[in-house]
Every structure is written in structure tokens, then in C-alpha cells.
Write a protein that binds this ligand. Sequence first.
Ligand code: CO
Length: 424
Amino acid sequence: MASTERPSKLSRRAMLGGLAAAAPATGGSALARGPGNPANQPPNVPDWSKYLGEGVAVRAYGKPSQHEAHVVRRDVEWLTASKESSVSFTPLHELDGMITPNGLCFERHHAGIAEIDPADYRLILHGLVDKPLIFTLDDLKRFPRVNRAYFCECAANSGMEWRGAQLNGCQYTHGMVHCVMYTGVPLRLLLAEAGLKPNAKWLLLEGGDAAAMTRSLPLEKALDDTLVAYRMNGEMLRPENGYPARIVIPGWEANMWIKWLRRIEVGDEPWHHREETSKYTDLLENGKARRFTFVMDAKSVITNPSPQAPLNHRRGFTVLSGLAWSGRGKVARVDVSLDGGRNWQTAQLDGPVWDKALTRFYHEFDWDGRELLLQSRAMDATGYVQPTKAELRKHRGVNSIYHNNGIQTWHVKTSGEVENVEVG
Ligand code: CO
């Protein structure tokens, strides 16, 4: 394998040759054994080829393989006082493509998961409307609907990293984001059904959980791409994601995506409730706070390798992988650096590149076994470039929790282990 050759042009033979050649370095023979039970490996006939397996419908609602049991949402015990008002994180390092499996979408609850009987579900629409309405779930399903994949990111994603590198794993530093295909009713259709008064300018969205979560939403966004969604990736919403119906506000902070949606009130000004005053505001160095910072700016993270997904092959060809997204539209480009931001190369975007959706990127490289400082930098269709953490702190100080979209650095050691670090 000529080292100057682009890996993507490697023939299958050269690739396999490269893998076989790598085997001695890991201590194996030319027929590299690798992990596991030799009795189930060539030239032996494995167990699973000797017996009948379970029949159809035994697994009436399928689950991942038992060998993938480590691929789960995780929380950080010390982060919050109770599990009912807490967060679990998506294992981004275990996933690929741009869609998040429903069972792995991060959760953020303020009073635990509301368990709603769909027969009793009602959505109230009132306030500055001609005709107040109450919808059943079946009513919502009779409206014209759309299917859209959007990312959903908590404004506090990466919030623990404001003052320096802290959590060791992209699951924890960046795992408050997911992306699913929603099916739902454009909110403008429900508003049109009720008829808006001329002075209507803001909506109050209220959840049906015990926290009665509320956020104010400007009418323009409600009339634009906001949805009342009831399906994710084809199936009904999971209870932890707002069953049977939630608000989807593409590109905007997830705290506004009210789950278990119970009530929409139309008004002429924002309500200034807790989640838009003492929380979800950004305290600057001068003591003033940014408010109504709805949009999630362009951001990216390398998911593999990362602290929970080390480089185990020591050296040779590998594919670096990551996710990029922007609340302002499509991802236009992602650059990758292997040396802490000195040199950049353009990564390859793969799979759909959709408006306000997670976008997968890859970068192929031949690891020479030396230390690496991995970074990725997203650019969106508006020309916005993801800032360094230093740039971000220059403008916003270090008092913030929310809206940290700074460039992440992973330190790959010669052992292949990976650590969360910052570079000056
Ligand atoms: Co905000």
C-alpha cells in the first residue's frame, strides 16, 4: 500500500492486504484471530449454525441484539438532584448515519415521564382566536400532515464545557441532541382552524406533565415550520418524548419543544415564565443576560474516535466520523483537523443533507500511530462558521450554560485512548 495513495481509491485487495499486514502488529498470525471464542470461529462450525432459532412473532416488537446492550442512554449521577428533573444522553459514539433510533433519543424531563391515555388526550387552543377549540388525538390525525427529519438539541448541550474540558465522552459533552423523522400537523393549520385575532403575536405552549412546562413562541415561527408531531421514525412518539403529541420547532432550542402538549394560548406578548427568565437565558460578563436566544447555531462533533470509542487498531487506514447541524438551515461544509486546528481538510458529507437536520460526515485517513488532536468545524448555508471555544468566550464570557457551540478537541494518544481536552 503506497502511503501517498488516497485511501478511498484503494482496491478491495489492497484493503484486505492492508488489514492482513496489520495483524502481526496486534500480535496475531496472518489469519488474525481477534476476540471471542475460537470454537465459534473458522474453521469450526459456530453454535448458531447448529440449532433452530426463535420463530416469527416471538419478538413481537423487536429489540436490538443482546450483544448491543451497552448501547444505551446514560445519565450523570451528580448532575441533578433527582431523576425526575434530569437528563439522559444519546450514545452518539455508538451510532451512524443521521437518524437517531427512538429508544436512544436523549431525554429531558422536569417532572418525570407523563403517561397519557390517548383516549383522554386533549389539546386546548384558545386566547386571541375567533373560535377556541379542543382537539382529540384523532382530530389531529385528520389534518393534513408532513414528514420532516429535524435535529432536537437542548440549549444546555455542552453546557458543562463552558469553563474547560470536563466530561469524557461525546455522549456527555454532545449527547443532548437527536434527529428523527417526525410526522405531524403544521401548527399553522390548527391556528387557521381557530382563526387568529389581528393582535395575535405570541403563543404560550404548555405541557401536560406535572411540571406544566411552558414557553412563549413568536407567531412567525409558529406559522413557518413548527409542527404538532405525533410520530417519530414512523411509530407513535415514545412516552419519554412526549406521547401522544409534542411541539417540534425546527432549529430552535429543545426546551421550547413542549412535550405532552396540552394547551396553546394565543396572546400579544411573551409570558416571561421561568424557562425564559431565570433559565434558558445567557448571562454575559457585564451582568446583562441574553434572552429569547432561540436558534441553535452551527455545531459539530467527531463521534468516532472519541473517549468512549478509542482507536483500537493501533495504526493504518481508518474512517473518522461525526455529526454536524445548524438551526439556520443546511450544513454546507465540515472541516476536520488532526493537529488541533493548524491544518484543515474538508470532510465528506454522506447521506441526506437536510434543512435543520443532523448531517453525517466522514474523513478517511491513515493513522501513523502518532498523537492526534482531532477537531471538526461546521459551516452552514448562511456562511456562519462554528467558532473556537476561545472566540465564543470572548463574546459571551464564562457565565453561560446554554448555547455552547464551540469547536471540540479530542486528544488521541499513541495507545489509541482518547481524552477530552482544550487547545490554546
Ligand atoms: Co437560548
